[in-house]
Design a protein around this ligand. Structure first.
Ligand SMILES: *Cc1c(COP(=O)(O)O)cnc(C)c1O
Length: 394
């Protein structure tokens, strides 16, 4: 039995290796503080859980146990549209310009199947969420990586893409607030991307999973706020991070109707939708008071401060993030590579960070630390890092 060749192109999933190292250290009795994986530690707000329970028990809905994709639940798509209107001033037709997803990861993978043919290119930021490039590879195309660099504020240099590549490009991936660099983008940058997509006829896919995780009053824009964006762009909006709902698996792709129809067709032969009760709960999350999101952001902002100040104090260089679930920092001397530093931190401090190199060559020299861990653990991690750093004499 021989699996398809395309699987040979798959690098080990970034976090699988990290998990292994954590388990090994724990087996040795080390109290490991893992700041590697970003999965919210706080619970889903009560009013959202209550709506799930109400909907699954609602005997007046005879379809509540049935395929969520087959029997229309307009509530969720309508809630997404009304949310986009209120939050971004963007008008969406819930019937054609909102597509319910089983989490955005699912849509990010499947949109490649809808657009990429053998030989086609997806423009993929490096560092970036690994599913962008794997989607292109699974579909038989290839990823052309756009390096994100500090001197360009972690935005891809759209003017540096060779014309020969642009001519084969079907998808441009963007993601702001950004994983892993925690950078943000302006409407002007999005407008530049939209203009390029109009010129070369490709689809922009903006991964907006972190769009509502922002600090210090910063409000992140949607790419759909840009004039003409809906002609060339879709955006992946996820309930996972703002409402602590990662395990629920609900998100939406919004924007260009024909791109969503193509993605919807792939999904029709792939999945059968999201449980109705989860769709009702998702609608509740988007239409109820957003006070819970403000509270969730306040927690991450406090942790951002702990991490930012803790790392600065020991001479590690980093920018203060305006959003996202991460801090992104420079590997300190005397370490030459992010992997070396991450391994030494695990050995000496029992602290796990994600080495930038795992996200590609352009991210060498940096590491990511996630804010989805309790304040006290984060604080202790900072103390342990400080102690380790002084022992290295840097
Ligand atoms: C968490 C995350 C995802 C995955 O979100 P789901 O909707 O839970 O699949 C995708 N992209 C980024 C940038 C993320 O941070």
């Amino acid at each position: 039995m021989k699996p398809a060749k395309r699987l040979e192109l798959v690098p080990p999933y970034l976090f699988a290796g990290i998990r292994q190292k954590i388990n090994a250290a724990r087996a040795r009795g080390v109290d490991v503080i893992s700041l590697g994986i970003a999965d919210p530690d706080q619970p889903t707000p009560d009013h959202i859980i209550d709506e799930l329970v109400r909907a699954i028990r609602d005997e007046s809905d005879p379809d509540r146990h049935r395929y969520g994709g087959d029997i229309p639940v307009p509530d969720f798509a309508e809630a997404v549209a009304s949310y986009y209107k209120k939050r971004f001033g963007v008008t969406l037709d819930p019937a054609k310009e909102v597509l319910t997803l089983i989490g955005s990861k699912e849509g990010i993978q499947h949109v490649a199947w809808a657009f990429i043919e053998p030989g086609d290119v997806a423009l993929v930021p490096e560092p970036g969420y690994p599913v962008y490039s794997m989607g292109a590879l699974f579909a038989g195309g290839w990823a052309h990586f756009l390096p994100l660099r500090k001197e360009n504020r972690w935005l891809p240099d759209l003017n540096a893409i060779p014309l020969s590549v642009l001519q084969r490009t079907k998808i441009l991936w963007l993601n702001y607030p950004n994983n892993p660099t925690a950078a943000t983008a302006t409407r002007e940058f999005f407008a530049q991307a939209v203009a390029l997509a109009h010129k070369h006829g490709f689809l922009i896919c903006h991964d907006a999973a972190l769009i509502d995780i922002t600090f210090d009053g910063y409000v992140a824009p949607s790419i759909l706020e840009v004039d003409g964006a809906k002609d060339v762009a879709i955006e992946f909006y996820s309930l996972s991070k703002p409402y602590n709902m990662t395990g629920w698996r609900i998100a939406a792709a919004v924007g260009n109707a024909s791109a969503l129809a193509a993605l919807g067709l792939v999904k029709e032969y792939t999945d059968s939708g999201v449980l109705r009760a989860i769709q009702f709960a998702g609608a509740k999350a988007l239409t109820a008071s957003q006070e819970c999101v403000r509270q969730i952001c306040a927690v991450y902002q406090r942790r951002r401060d702990i991490a930012y100040e803790g790392l600065r104090k020991v001479g590690i260089n980093l920018d203060k993030p305006k959003g996202s679930l991460y801090v992104w920092a420079e590997v300190p001397a005397p370490f030459k590579t992010s992997a070396e530093f991450a391994e030494a931190l695990l050995e000496k401090a029992g602290v796990v960070v994600t080495p930038g190199r795992g996200y590609g060559e352009a991210a060498e020299g940096y590491f990511r630390l996630s804010l989805t861990y309790p304040d006290a653990r984060l604080q202790e991690a900072m103390e342990r890092i400080a102690k380790a750093m002084s022992s290295w004499g840097s």
